[in-house]
Design a protein. Structure first.
Length: 510
């Protein structure tokens, strides 16, 4: 929904032409060109045309383009039906009541309909039930008269699309027919005004076109003025109030829907950019569900697309994190790389990319990123800190196959650094204990395993697995008393027997 007054908008004219092969040929291209020539260079108007219009095209074009003026050009039957084309290019009619029903769904934006065909008065009367100004024809109209009318009409057309300006444009269209020497056809075009209720609803639409938030004293004044206008049109006060209240409700709901669309778009852009086909499809479904026009959805997309924050290092980090959570590690690496390109000293992004490389078992690349992140020690994230980077680099070293004394020692040193920075991390103690166990430094391993049990919140099964590692360390040391004591602890945690698997690495969750 446009929030600018009509005179400040680009007004959309939809020109629908149809010249079926099995009917007398017309010069519809000349009429369209004449209209384009008159409006050339006028920034207030834009024209979209369909010169071989099929019945379904009418519905699609009006609902998607949301024009302010709809101009039909072509053939009409004396029964009032308009002729369009079927798939083979032959005539196919739309009954007047069917076309009128379509315009009942377009009252928010269509302000004028021109049916510049023969015998269009019956169709115009049907449409005038819903549209404030409709122009038709009483009888047959020649090509020249139709072209001259359109030329005169668009010469006088004012961008405010008020009823007075549309009536003035209609009169100039008739004068243009006379000027071309066709006085006998000057009475062929007819202008029909909608009912007072339809015309008042249109006035309300125009009046509220500048209102974004329908509250406050200025809106109260506007409502008072519209109420007086409705009374001059001899409308009952309950009808006036209902039309105004409905407009305020629709405006409020529509603005809320725009904000919801914008919120969802921002959330998707936190995960990916540019948008994938599946995301575009999801947004299109949301747009349809919220009832937003293509123009308003495009305005929201353009506003967000022009936000410099969209291409910032932090935005790319957020997208990388979103893809990591989805398990899309390659896409996460791509996005983290963009974040690093925009800020080469972004330790948080480097460490996060390192974690993705670890997930792909590319531990050497992971370690390289962790090295750079730790060396820089700048621009960490809530999800990624220096302590966490040491922890995850330790995991990468420990995961290299085959394990060697060098790689496990590096892992142990990293977990010691992580503990120095975060002495209450039970997982760092557990993993350092595993490293000590591999290095056969059993007393130090036992110390760390016990510390992990002391400070960690773990399930009984997890506790039993740590106890199993403690028992094995005591077995290596030959301490039978401690073996018995800790075996009993394991039985207590398990309820029957010590756990068989070795204690596993506790992976950092971020």
């Amino acid at each position: 929904m446009d929030t600018q007054p009509l005179e400040k908008q680009t007004l959309r004219i939809l020109f629908l032409a149809s010249d079926p092969d099995n009917l007398t040929r017309l010069h519809l291209g000349k009429e369209l060109q004449a209209v384009r020539n008159k409006l050339a260079g006028n920034i207030n108007f834009e024209i979209k045309d369909n010169q071989a219009t099929k019945p379904n095209d009418v519905m699609n074009e009006i609902m998607n383009y949301k024009p302010h003026i709809v101009h039909f050009s072509g053939h009409g039957q004396n029964s009032g039906e308009l002729c369009f084309e079927d798939e083979n290019g032959n005539s196919k009619v739309i009954p007047p009541e069917a076309l009128a029903s379509l315009f009942s769904l377009a009252t928010d934006y269509v302000k004028c309909v021109i049916v510049n065909t023969c015998y269009a008065e019956k169709q115009a009367k049907s449409i005038a039930q819903f549209i404030p100004v409709v122009i038709g024809t009483k009888k047959e109209i020649s090509d020249d008269a139709a072209i001259n009318f359109s030329t005169g009409f668009y010469t006088a057309l004012s961008p405010d699309l008020s009823q007075n300006s549309l009536i003035k444009a209609f009169e100039l269209g008739k004068i243009a027919i006379q000027f071309d020497g066709n006085p006998e056809e000057v009475l062929t075009p007819v202008l029909l005004l909608g009912s007072p209720e339809v015309r008042f609803a249109s006035e309300v639409d125009l009046a509220f076109s500048t209102v974004i938030n329908p509250k406050g004293n200025a809106v109260n004044t506007l409502i008072r003025g519209l109420t007086l206008t409705g009374q001059k049109m001899q409308l009952p006060l309950p009808v006036i109030n209902k039309i105004i209240d409905d407009k305020i409700w629709r405006l409020t709901s529509y603005n809320e829907n725009i904000l919801e669309y914008e919120s969802h778009l921002k959330e998707i852009l936190r995960d990916e950019f540019p948008l994938s086909e599946s995301s575009l499809f999801a947004l299109n479904q949301l747009q349809n569900g919220l009832g937003l026009s293509n123009q308003d959805a495009e305005i929201v997309r353009n506003k967000i697309a022009n936000d410099p924050k969209l291409d910032s290092a932090y935005s790319w980090y957020d997208r990388g994190y979103g893809q990591y959570q989805l398990g899309n590690h390659d896409r996460a690496i791509e996005y983290y790389t963009k974040a690093i390109e925009r800020n080469p000293e972004y330790s948080g992004a480097l460490a996060a990319r390192g974690l993705c490389y670890s997930k792909k078992n590319d531990f050497l690349k992971a370690i390289e990123d962790y090295d750079t992140a730790i060396k820089l020690n700048k621009n960490w994230e809530v999800y990624y800190t220096l302590s966490l980077s040491y922890f995850d680099r330790g995991l990468a070293y420990f995961s290299i196959i085959p394990q060697t004394e060098e790689t496990v020692t590096n892992a142990k040193n990293d977990w010691s650094s992580s503990i120095d920075l975060n002495p209450n991390d039970p997982n760092a103690f557990l993993n350092r204990g595993l490293a000590y166990q591999f290095l056969r430094r059993f007393n130090e391993a036992i110390h760390d395993f016990k510390k992990s049990l002391e400070i960690g919140q773990k399930t009984d099964k997890e506790k039993a697995r740590i106890v199993t590692s403690i028992v094995r360390c005591y077995s290596e040391l030959g301490d039978e008393k401690a073996i018995k004591e800790w075996t009993e602890n394991g039985l207590k945690y398990l309820g029957k027997a010590p756990a068989e698997p070795e204690a596993g690495l506790s992976e950092n969750l971020n």
